[in-house]
Design a binder for this molecule. Structure first.
Ligand code: SF4
Length: 228
C-alpha cells in the first residue's frame, strides 16, 4: 500500500489453502521456515492449517496508522470460520481511528461482513491478470473481478502482483469497472516461473491506469528469462 501513514501488519489469523504459485508465495515460505522453530508455535501444523491466534485479538492500534490485517494468510478464504472473522472485525472496533487494510483472493466473502467491517477500511483483492493460468486454488480471476466490481465500498484496492501476462484492453476495462482508489503493480520476487508480460507492456498498463487511479509501483523489471 502506498500511503503517507505508518504501516503495521497484524496476523490474528494465519495460514491459507489457496496454494498459490506452486506454494511459492512469500507467506508460505516464511511459515515453512518457522515450522520447526521452537519459539514460534503458530506454523507448526503447516501453512495450510489456518488458525485463529486469540492473543493477537487483544492488540490495539494507533490512530492514523494503516494496519494490514492478515499478511500471513487469507482471512476471507472459504475455509475460515465465520466466528473467527467476527472476532477479528470486533477487535478492529477497539481502534476506531486506525485504517484497516484487508486483502483476499476470495472477495465475494466481503459481502457477508459489510456491516461489521470498519467504515474507513480498505478492501483489496489480488488480480494478477485477466486470464487464469492455474496459478492457485483460489477463485478464478474472473470471479474476483466480478466480486470487486459489484462490491459497494468507497476505498477499494487492487493488487496486480505478481503480474502475469494480460490482454491490455480487457484488463484495463476490468480495473476501470472496479473503480479502485489505488492499484499496486509488481513482478514476482520469488522465482516462481510465472508467465510474465514484458516490461514495456506492463509500463503501458501503468500509463493507462494512471489516467483514472493512483498507481503504486512495486518491483518492476524485465520478464525473467525463465518465464514461460
Ligand atoms: S492467497 Fe496469499 S497467502 Fe494464500 S497462498 Fe495465495 S499468496 Fe499465499
Amino acid at each position: 500500500m502506498d500511503t503517507d501513514y505508518p504501516i503495521e501488519t497484524w496476523n490474528p489469523i494465519v495460514g491459507c489453502k489457496h496454494h498459490c504459485y506452486g506454494d511459492g508465495c512469500w507467506a508460505a515460505r516464511i511459515a515453512l521456515r518457522l515450522k520447526d522453530n521452537p519459539y514460534v508455535k503458530r506454523y507448526r501444523d503447516g501453512f495450510d492449517h489456518p488458525k485463529l491466534i486469540a492473543k493477537e485479538l487483544r492488540k490495539t492500534w494507533k490512530p492514523n496508522t494503516v494496519v494490514f490485517v492478515v499478511s500471513m494468510g487469507d482471512m476471507w478464504g472459504r475455509w475460515i470460520e465465520d466466528r473467527w472473522i467476527k472476532r477479528v472485525l470486533e477487535a478492529c472496533q477497539n481502534s476506531p481511528r486506525t485504517i484497516f487494510f484487508f486483502e483476499t483472493k476470495n472477495p465475494r466473502r466481503y459481502y457477508d461482513w459489510l456491516e461489521l467491517i470498519p467504515e474507513n477500511a480498505i478492501l483489496s483483492s489480488t488480480i494478477e491478470a485477466n486470464s487464469d493460468y492455474n496459478l492457485s486454488e483460489a477463485p478464478e480471476v474472473k470471479e474476483r473481478y466480478a466480486a470487486m466490481k459489484q462490491l459497494e465500498w468507497g476505498r477499494k484496492h487492487i493488487s496486480i502482483e505478481p503480474i502475469v501476462d494480460f490482454d491490455l484492453e480487457v484488463f484495463l476495462r476490468w480495473i476501470k469497472d472496479i473503480k479502485p482508489v489505488i492499484v499496486s503493480v509488481g513482478y514476482d520476487n520469488y522465482g516462481c516461473n510465472l508467465p510474465e508480460p514484458s516490461l514495456s507492456k506492463t509500463m503501458k498498463l501503468i500509463e493507462e491506469l494512471k489516467k483514472f487511479t493512483k498507481v503504486e509501483k512495486k518491483q518492476l523489471r524485465e520478464k525473467a528469462s525463465h518465464a514461460k
